[in-house]
Structure formats: structure tokens, C-alpha cells
Ligand binder design. Structure first.
Ligand code: ADP
Ligand code: MG
Length: 592
């Protein structure tokens, strides 16, 4: 026999295994979802590669998943005809932590110190392949990659710090391609190894897998059997009783075992939106993107005409943690399919501008070639049109949240993704019209609840021409600024821009509904009421101004009479064309 080689797990895996094996997590059946989704991923990979290399399919033409249970021995076997793994891949994939979901889980465990937290987190983040050990004492993975002519067996036990790999030698166990995974269930979990139980799990968890899942089921068909009149002499097989006594026909059930197609294989995005429930959309989202919270909104649509595609888009409930994510377009948030074949989720702004990269979803096009490459995507006219439509739909979806009766929904959205929209003001002139109504700010008349620009405009006084704002570092300094005095007296509302990005965003917008944004801290603030009194004041205090300017010298560029104050004697304002005080502060902070 070829040698059995022993390997130690990477330290993180050992820690993860400990957590899983000792967990009191009650929703153990998540193991099934994880393993089926791995099988489905492996099939996706193979299908994608076979587009350019049809030879890959020759060993096994059918792309499917088969689940067999043995209730007497307490085992479950999951077989796929996917991409399989080489010996090295077994070490890399099942001996180290590569996947982000599992890493997220470990980080969350580290961050949360409460007792029992681990148990809830397992369900929230998913622990991938290792979830098999929630229910199994021993897991055997026998796998054959088209890249290798040998089949290898990985074997791991719960509570062990090492695993083994050997070559498969049992001819009965050789498979043409793919992976066959056998779970030896823990004593208390043998109940999973029942055909009906597995059938239920497939229906619950895997309705969105786009490959057929077969389960090994006991079936029966009825047949008419001739039996003797005397029930004591009834025989199972009617043909046996050949003697010519009195006969009677009876209906019998013949039992046998066979594969049964157990899931619905039509992808959810191909279904009629009218027939898909919110729960189904949410389930699909959570499964596809490894999320544990329902999305804030979803949008399912088909576009026709020049370019045809179907899509489901989602707005997540929370922003990813980590600051970089705001502008990281490589989020794997959009999964592109061509004619139902998964192509890629590795985009860098091709389908969504970076400020909208938080939007998640699937896009399925019939117009792109199956072997579409990165270069094709970047230059394709079709992709450009798709992008335009997707962006428009994303804005419609966000607008939908903003119009929801539940004001909290949009507050949540704004808290998580408001910055992204402000970035959009700076980076996407073309969509200003769509972005502006979605912006929210505090104001001098609403410093607890944020208002929209529409609400601002509605609240404008008849004689008011412009939209006023002040940019500062906090609500408190905005409230207390002397610049507000005259405006408050006239009951003009002033937007409080307290996020560093606000001022640049507003300056990029320039106007809203034909009303200019005006910084109240700049010189020449025109409140529309220049009057005789100002002329008089200028005459009376002109010399005083000159005197002050002489004493301050280069520290100020001019000293002027103004009507913008009512109680304070003087105020420092910024030049018309210079930076505002806030901007100067920000620039200084950045220069450090
Ligand atoms: P993830 O699926 O998120 O990558 P998992 O822990 O579920 O993480 O799986 C780890 C890796 O093991 C997968 O990325 C894949 O490379 C490999 N793998 C797991 N199951 C299979 C399978 N049935 N066929 C081929 N490769 C698999
Ligand atoms: Mg997985």
C-alpha cells in the first residue's frame, strides 16, 4: 500500500477545530449547507473551465451532486463531479484557513468575549468545510482532480491536531473526477443519516444550487399480485404459487432504492419576480454572499432591448468592517453569469463605480461570450451599457429605501453608506441628479434628525435665494458659530456639514433644484437685504476698518463692514475664492 502521510493543521485550523468540536451550537444542520455549497462551487469551477477546455468533461459528463445515507452505519456520503483537488490542494484547502468567511468567524470570536458567543457566531459566519465536525467524529474526503492522474484521500478526526493523506487504492472507490466526502456521524447526530432527513435538508438549504442534487431514496411501486384465497398462505411473489387453487389478486408494493432529484435547479433570478417571496430573495442573498443579516433592500429585474440581462441587486444591512472597504471596488460583491454559467466575481469597477461597490448581486447576461476575459469586459460596449443600467437600478433601489414608511431603514442606510454617496458627488458628475436627493444633513433647524435637500428647499423662505451651509468639525461648533446670527434672525435654515467629506461633496454639486449652495462663512454673503443703513455704516466706520487693517497687516486680506452679524461685534470670514476655515483645517490635518 502507498504510504499514509501525516500533516499538522495550521495553528488557526486547530483553534477553529477546537471551537467547533466543543461548541454547543444547536443549529448543527448548517454543516449540510456548507458542504453542498462547496460541491456546487467545485462544479461551477469545472463548468467554467470546460467552456474553453471541453476535454475536461470527458471523464464524467454530468455535473451533479449525489447524497447517500446509511442509517445503520450512521454515515452520509456527498459526491460531486466537480473540479476535485490535487494532493497539494488538499493540503492548502483543508489544512489551512484560506477562505474569508472562516477568517471572519475567527476574528469575531476574538473580538467577542461573552460566554457562548462562539456558538452564535458559527451560524452567523459559517465555518466552511470544518463545519463537518459539528456532527462527525471522522471525515474522509476522496478526490480526483483532472490535473492529476491519481485520486487522494484526506482523512481527519474530531479532536485531532493532524490529518492524513494517502492515495486511493480501493478500485471500488475510484471516481472519474470530483470529490466524494464521507461523514461518520457522532453518536448523537446519527439521526442526520436518514434518507428523509437529508431530503428535507436539501429542500431547505439548497434550493438555490443550480446543479441537480440527487438523494438516495427508497421507492416503491404497486403491482397486482395473484394470491391464494387463504391469507395464511399468501406469498410475496404471485408467480410462485402455480397450483390451480382459488386465486385472488392483491395490490402489493415493490420496494427498491434509486436516485431521486431533490432540488429545484432553476436559478432564482430566472424566475418570475412575482412568484419569488422576500424570504427567498433574502435566503439567496445570505447563502450567496455569506451574510447573516437580511439585506436592507433588493431589486430583481430584466432589461431588454440593446442588451439583455437579468439581475438581482441588494443593499446590505451593514457596511463591511475595516476602513478601506468604503472605496475598495474589489469586493467580490457582483457575481457575473453568462447564460447561467458563473464567470467571475472579480471586478474592479467594470460593473459598478467604486463608490457603489457596496451593492451586492448577481448579473446574468446572454449577450456576452462564455469565454469572456478581463480585457473583453473592460472594453466591451455591452458591459458599458450594462453598467449604466445597473447603476440606475441601484439608485432606484436606494431611493426606494428612502421613501420607505419606516424612516429607520434609511437612517441605517445613511449611517452605513452615506459616505459612499458623498464620494459619488465628487466622482460621478453624470449621476448628480440621482445622488443629490439621497443626501442627508443636520441643519440649524434640525440638529437631531437629518434632513434631505428636498426638505430644505421646501422650508426655504419666499425671499431666500440660496441654500446655506456651514462646514465645521462638530455640531456644537456649528450651532455656536457667529455666522449663524443673521440667518437665524431671518429664520433661514443652514445646513451643518460636519463630516470632512461634506464640503467637497457639496461644492461638487454646486446647486440643487437651481439653487446655489452658499457657504455662510465666506465674504460677501448676500442675504438679499442690502439697505441704506449699510451705506451709512460704511461711511461712519470706514476709517475704523482702515485702522484695524493697518494694525493687523498681512494677517487679514481686508476688513469690511457687514450686515451678517446681529449680536457679535466682528467675525473672521474666508475670502470668496480661498479655502473655508474648515477646509484649511482639513488640509492642515492631512499635511501632517
Ligand atoms: P470556501 O468554500 O469558502 O472556500 P471551505 O472551508 O468551505 O471554504 O472550503 C475550503 C476549500 O476547500 C474550498 O475553497 C475549495 O478549494 C476546497 N474544497 C472544499 N470542498 C470541495 C469540493 N467538494 N471539491 C473541490 N474543492 C473543495
Ligand atoms: Mg465553502
Amino acid at each position: 500500500d502507498p504510504p499514509v502521510q501525516k500533516y499538522e493543521y495550521q495553528a488557526e485550523v486547530s483553534r477553529l477545530m477546537d471551537l467547533i468540536v466543543n461548541s454547543l451550537y444547536s443549529n448543527k444542520e448548517v454543516f449540510f449547507r456548507e458542504l453542498i455549497s462547496n460541491a456546487s462551487d467545485a462544479l461551477d469551477k469545472l463548468r467554467f473551465l470546460s467552456v474553453t477546455d471541453p476535454e475536461l468533461l470527458k471523464d464524467a459528463v454530468d455535473l451533479d451532486i449525489r447524497v447517500q445515507t446509511d442509517k445503520d452505519n450512521g454515515t452520509i456520503t456527498i459526491t460531486d463531479t466537480g473540479i476535485g483537488m490535487t494532493r497539494q490542494e488538499l493540503v492548502d484547502c483543508l489544512g489551512t484557513i484560506a477562505q474569508s468567511g472562516t477568517a471572519k468567524f475567527l476574528k469575531a470570536v476574538k473580538d467577542s468575549k461573552g460566554a457562548g458567543a462562539d456558538n452564535n457566531l458559527i451560524g452567523q459566519f459559517g465555518v466552511g468545510f470544518y463545519s463537518a465536525f459539528l456532527v462527525s467524529d471522522r471525515v474522509v474526503v476522496s478526490t480526483k482532480s483532472p490535473k492529476s492522474d491519481k485520486q487522494y484521500v484526506w482523512e481527519g478526526k474530531a479532536n485531532a491536531s493532524s490529518y492524513t493523506i494517502r492515495e486511493e487504492t480501493d478500485p471500488e472507490k475510484l471516481i472519474p473526477r470530483g470529490t466524494c466526502l464521507t461523514l461518520y456521524m457522532k453518536r448523537d447526530d446519527k439521526g442526520f443519516a436518514h434518507p428523509e432527513r437529508i431530503q428535507k435538508l436539501v429542500k431547505n438549504y439548497s434550493q438555490f444550487v443550480s446543479f441537480p442534487i440527487y438523494t438516495w431514496q427508497e421507492k416503491g411501486f404497486t403491482k397486482e399480485v395473484e394470491v391464494d384465497e387463504d391469507p395464511a398462505e399468501t406469498k410475496k411473489d404471485g408467480e410462485d404459487g402455480k397450483d390451480e387453487k382459488k386465486k385472488k389478486t392483491k395490490t402489493m408494493v415493490e420496494r427498491y432504492w434509486d436516485w431521486e432529484l431533490t432540488n429545484e435547479t432553476q436559478p432564482i433570478w430566472l424566475r418570475n419576480p412575482k412568484e419569488v417571496t422576500t424570504e427567498e430573495y433574502n435566503e439567496f442573498y445570505k447563502k450567496t454572499f455569506n451574510e447573516y443579516l437580511d439585506p436592507l433592500a433588493s431589486s430583481h429585474f430584466t432589461t431588454e432591448g440593446e442588451v439583455e440581462f437579468r439581475s438581482i441587486l441588494y443593499v446590505p444591512a451593514i457596511a463591511p468592517t475595516g476602513r478601506d472597504d468604503i472605496i475598495n471596488p474589489k469586493t467580490k460583491n457582483i457575481r457575473l453569469y453568462v447564460k447561467r454559467v458563473f464567470i467571475s466575481d472579480d471586478f474592479d469597477g467594470e460593473l459598478f463605480p467604486r463608490y457603489l461597490s457596496f451593492v451586492k448581486g448577481v448579473v446574468d447576461s446572454n449577450d456576452l461570450p462564455l469565454n469572456v476575459s478581463r480585457e473583453i469586459l473592460q472594453e466591451s460596449r455591452i458591459v458599458r451599457i450594462m453598467r449604466k443600467r445597473l447603476v440606475r437600478k441601484a439608485f432606484d433601489m436606494i431611493l426606494g429605501i428612502s421613501m420607505s414608511e419606516n424612516r429607520e431603514d434609511y437612517e441605517k442606510f445613511w449611517e452605513n453608506f452615506g459616505k459612499n454617496l458623498k464620494l459619488g458627488c465628487i466622482e460621478d458628475r453624470e449621476n448628480h441628479k440621482r445622488i443629490a436627493p439621497l443626501l442627508r444633513f443636520f441643519s440649524s433647524q434640525s440638529d437631531e434628525e437629518m434632513i434631505s435637500l428636498d426638505e430644505y428647499v421646501e422650508n426655504m423662505k419666499p425671499e431666500q435665494k440660496d441654500i446655506y451651509y456651514i462646514a465645521t468639525d462638530s455640531l456644537t461648533s456649528a450651532r455656536n458659530t457667529p455666522f449663524l446670527e443673521r440667518l437665524s434672525e431671518k429664520d433661514f435654515e443652514v445646513l451643518f456639514l460636519i463630516d470632512p467629506i461634506d464640503e467637497v461633496a457639496i461644492q461638487n454639486l454646486k446647486s440643487y433644484k437651481e439653487k446655489n449652495f452658499v457657504d455662510i462663512s465666506k465674504e460677501d454673503l448676500d442675504l438679499g437685504d442690502k439697505n441704506e443703513k449699510e451705506k451709512e455704516m460704511k461711511q461712519e466706520f470706514g476709517q475704523t476698518c482702515e485702522w484695524i487693517k493697518k494694525h493687523l497687516g498681512d494677517k487679514v486680506s481686508s476688513v469690511q463692514i457687514s450686515n451678517r452679524l446681529s449680536t457679535s461685534p466682528c467675525v473672521l470670514v474666508s475670502g470668496k475664492f480661498g479655502w473655508s476655515a474648515n477646509m484649511e483645517r482639513l488640509m492642515k490635518a492631512q499635511a501632517v
